[in-house]
Design a protein around this ligand. Structure first.
Ligand code: OOG
Ligand code: NI
Length: 316
């Protein structure tokens, strides 16, 4: 069964009475995501049908505009209020992005349910370094973030409703952003929507717990994986292995009446191997905290490409 994520000394008190509400918000975020992304939905159903038991999520991810309070903090505050702890920063100078990840509070209820109702996932939140963009791109991003009023205070609400906190852009504005940063264009039309959920493969029970076999199964089932830098992204220590699908696209009506297909969300898979100091533990005693934690900048850099035009337009 699913092991609950270990309690670090640095972690704040558990959610207690607020846990039902907190999980309810995550469930709404997930339902927006499943309704918009048929590939993610189909893959989750496929994994459930093979596994016949609960799935665990490794992490959930969000994107933001790092400007005027709309950055990482706007979404992080919800998770911090519900007991999450800020962990490491990751920097992506080429993409003009930075990210933080957050570890969950100890959750006593974990283990009973699947996905959102299982052990609480890590949270990965990134932001575009807006000040480093061209004047034209900055102008567009500032126009929409500033026009949203206090929208930055309601990131989690926007994500769970599946609503942008700003108005719909012009198609030409989307294109301007896309020409400079596909991340920026994605965020303009998807806002705080869940960018991906990540299935924890080592907590599966069948042959699919081996991420290479899961990747093979996903491809044989007719889904495309992000091929940037190879299908499997492996950390230098070899202990964090990740892969992801190519994002679904969705038809988006811009404010000038133009309707175009834009990239939406994807699903990721992560296998965390047991740390060297615990390698002699019997399998049945291995808990999540005995495994490689955190994220890996070089792998993340390639996973960002899951929503890129290049990956979406790949054939076969
Ligand atoms: C996040 C890409 C990085 C990971 O697990 O390293 C990532 C994104 O596409 O917003 O998900
Ligand atoms: Ni991820």
């Amino acid at each position: 069964s699913c092991n609950s994520i270990s309690q670090h000394a640095s972690q704040r008190s558990p959610i207690q009475g607020g846990e039902g509400f907190f999980r309810g918000v995550l469930e709404s975020m997930q339902s927006v995501y499943l309704n918009r992304n048929p590939t993610a939905k189909a893959i989750l159903e496929l994994c459930h049908s093979v596994e016949n038991k609960s799935l665990c999520y490794d992490h959930l991810a969000f994107r933001t505009f790092g400007v005027n309070g709309y950055g990482i903090d706007s979404m992080a505050s919800f998770f911090l209020d519900y007991g999450y702890t800020q962990r490491d920063e990751l920097r992506f100078p080429e993409k003009k992005l930075r990210a933080l990840w957050f570890s969950p509070p100890a959750d006593s209820q974990a283990g009973s349910g699947s996905g959102i109702h299982g052990p609480l996932p890590r949270i990965f939140i990134s932001e575009l370094l807006v000040d480093e963009m061209s004047p034209q791109t900055q102008e567009i991003i500032r126009k929409y973030t500033e026009s949203s009023g206090d929208g930055k205070k309601y990131a989690a609400l926007a994500s769970s409703l599946g609503h942008l906190t700003w108005g719909k852009p012009l198609y030409s504005e989307f294109q301007q952003l896309a020409s400079e940063s596909e991340y920026a264009a994605w965020t303009l039309v998807n806002g705080y929507a869940l960018n991906h959920v990540t299935i924890s493969t080592h907590r599966l029970s069948t042959h699919l717990k081996d991420i290479k076999r899961l990747n093979q199964f996903i491809e044989e089932s007719g889904f495309r994986l992000n091929s940037e830098g190879g299908l499997l992204k492996v950390s230098p220590d070899g202990l964090l292995q990740q892969s992801s699908t190519v994002a679904d696209s969705i038809s988006f009506q811009f404010s000038d009446g133009i309707t175009e297909s834009v990239p939406c969300s994807y699903i990721e898979f992560a296998e965390r191997l047991v740390l060297p100091q615990y390698k002699n533990l019997p399998d049945t005693e291995v808990k999540e905290f005995h495994r490689r934690d955190g994220f890996e900048v070089a792998s993340a850099d390639k996973i960002f490409e899951s929503t890129s035009k290049e990956q979406l337009s790949r054939v076969g």
